[in-house]
Design a protein around this ligand. Structure first.
Ligand SMILES: C[S@@+](CC[C@H](N)C(=O)[O-])C[C@H]1O[C@@H](n2cnc3c(N)ncnc32)[C@H](O)[C@@H]1O
Length: 152
């Protein structure tokens, strides 16, 4: 199985890097996670235009990654699920792709194309924090699926 986390984010050092590294290492006992950060000139330009233009640019950046695998979009107004439901997203799949939007979120059309749209809570988080929470839930999800004591 392969997991990809694809986000609209500048490739730069972050305070959260040690957490990403630690959680990715924990998950590696179950599967490999690839962290893909995208921030094209198209996105930079769209940010100077409008929220809609920005969301369209995010969709263009994501489009090469859509169409294969099980595509899960992260959206504050998505479906609130618990960790057991989250674990089912990972169960028996060859490829799962998680999409984290940019400053303006994700386009409605993109959300409709996704196989699932989930919320991590009613709180809106920065994309960097959303990735930390997502990684921890991926580890917890695999722990649930394999009856590992991490999830008590
Ligand atoms: C700064 S937020 C975007 C906020 C934007 N106003 C919106 O409504 O989506 C950047 C990204 O982080 C992710 N995110 C933030 N909070 C989230 C939450 N509570 N649940 C799921 N994803 C979240 C989403 O992918 C979002 O597109």
């Amino acid at each position: 199985m392969k997991i990809e986390i694809i986000s609209i984010a500048k490739k730069e050092r972050s305070t959260y890097d040690p957490l990403y590294k630690e959680l990715t290492k924990m998950i590696s006992r179950f599967t490999k996670v690839e962290d893909i950060e995208l921030f094209s000139k198209d996105v930079t330009k769209a940010h100077t235009i409008s929220s809609d233009a920005s969301k369209e640019a995010y969709t263009r950046a994501f489009s090469p990654y859509m169409g294969s695998g099980f595509c899960v979009s992260l959206h504050p107004e998505g479906k609130i699920i618990d960790s057991f439901e989250f674990s089912k997203l990972l169960n028996d799949r060859m490829s799962v792709k998680f999409f984290i939007g940019g400053a303006y979120g994700l386009h409605e059309d993109f959300l409709q194309q996704s196989d699932a749209v989930i919320s991590l809570s009613n709180l809106t988080m920065s994309h960097k924090i959303a990735k930390v929470v997502l990684l921890e839930q991926i580890y917890r999800g695999f722990s649930i699926l394999s009856n590992h004591p991490y999830h008590k």
